[in-house]
Design a protein around this ligand. Structure first.
Ligand SMILES: *Cc1c(COP(=O)(O)O)cnc(C)c1O
Length: 364
């Protein structure tokens, strides 16, 4: 029997293959590859999709976070609050600036930044910014965090790399904070055929700073008017491919959500936990369950031909390169890292595959 993969990018891409090929041909035939009309078109389309005034294309999602922090004025030595259970991406961006991550524990049910532990962390020391990660496709308590930080003059940056199109009370991921940072890594809900990213914002001055920072700090060609500049551009090929995919994003999210709902409704096992209801604000980027005997559960699924993974196995403050250098007491984060497991949930997943996952889980 064929294995059920954790993801299979060919299925989604093949469903619009002709459009992707036509987009790639258009770019090749035009002969313009960096910062041209495809980039401008995708930026306008993505800003409109997110209901924000500006979207600025960049090279990847980690750069998006770094550049947003730089545009917010974060500098070496500043503290930036974030979570430690989201794959070290925000930590990479914070470390690149020479700033210091101040880790906040997560809510054990949602696995997202908990407002109460953010408040506790902020009582201790001043922070320059907060990076809120909308993990697995679900929005954090973003309105409450934005209003709490707003009263203290702290900038909120949303990490939306797993939440394209997720909404709360009708408002979209990336439209709550000062900026929303998106990755279009191929496996994301909106994925390029290579690396790509974008930053959304409503603030025109912030958008201008980002456009300068992503290209050497130029305000015009060969004139560097801003320090801290990088080369982090979204190329025309990826922009054209993303424009071909964007009109399908809502339908693809709905398909993922329907698979997730099946798991919530039909996986019934006393040792497999945290199957919370799947609200309309969830875009089911990853379907993650908790299980105390996680490794044995994974072996069981593997023997039944079902791929799994762990997102993420090592909390940021426990990464070997930083172990001992970052003080943090993160009880929920550490417990979760031992118990979480990701099961297949992707576009193009077949009904027989969904059933196999459900029955293998229930048969454990
Ligand atoms: C994928 C991801 C990123 C980083 O995106 P890249 O494009 O790989 O740099 C950042 N944050 C989260 C939560 C992600 O899942």
């Amino acid at each position: 029997m064929q294995r059920v993969p954790l993801n299979d990018l060919l299925r989604q891409n093949n469903s619009i293959r002709d459009d992707l090929v036509a987009s790639a041909s258009r770019v090749i035939d035009r002969g313009w590859f960096i910062h041209g009309e495809e980039g401008a078109r995708f930026e306008a389309g993505f800003a409109a999709y997110c209901s924000v005034r500006h979207a600025i294309g960049v090279a990847n999602g980690t750069d998006a976070i770094e550049l947003a922090l730089r545009a917010a004025g974060v500098k070496a030595g500043d503290a930036v609050a974030t979570v430690a259970n989201a794959g070290f991406y925000s930590s990479t961006a914070i470390q690149a600036i020479g700033a210091e991550p101040l880790y906040v524990d997560v809510d054990p049910t949602t696995q997202l930044m908990a407002l109460a532990s953010l408040q506790r962390a902020l009582e201790g020391r001043p922070v320059a910014a907060v990076v809120v990660t909308h993990l697995y496709g679900q929005l954090a308590e973003i309105e409450a965090i934005v209003s709490y930080c707003g009263m203290r003059g702290i900038v909120v940056i949303e990490d939306c790399a797993q939440a394209h199109g997720a909404r709360r009370n009708g408002k979209l991921a990336g439209s709550f904070g000062k900026a929303g940072c998106f990755s279009f890594y191929p496996t994301k809900n909106l994925g390029a055929l290579g690396d790509a990213g974008a930053i959304t914002t409503d603030d025109p001055a912030f958008a201008t700073r980002l456009r300068e920072l992503r290209q050497y700090g130029w305000d015009q060609k060969y004139r560097v008017s801003r320090t801290g500049g990088r080369n982090s551009r979204l190329d025309e090929m990826q922009a054209a491919l993303l424009s071909a995919k964007l009109p399908h994003l809502d339908a693809w999210n709905e398909e993922r959500r329907n698979i997730a709902r099946r798991y919530v409704d039909e996986i019934r096992h006393p040792s497999i936990r945290r199957l919370q209801p799947m609200g309309a604000d969830h875009v089911a980027h990853l379907f993650v369950v908790r299980c105390e005997d996680r490794d044995r559960f994974r072996r069981h699924l593997d023997l039944n031909g079902i791929a799994t993974d762990i997102h993420y196995p090592i909390p940021d403050h426990r990464q070997p390169a930083y172990e001992g250098r970052i003080a943090a007491e993160l009880i929920e984060t550490e417990t979760l890292a031992r118990e979480i497991v990701t099961i297949p949930c992707f576009n193009g997943m077949e009904e027989t595959e969904i059933r196999r996952v459900i029955s293998a889980a229930n048969g454990w």
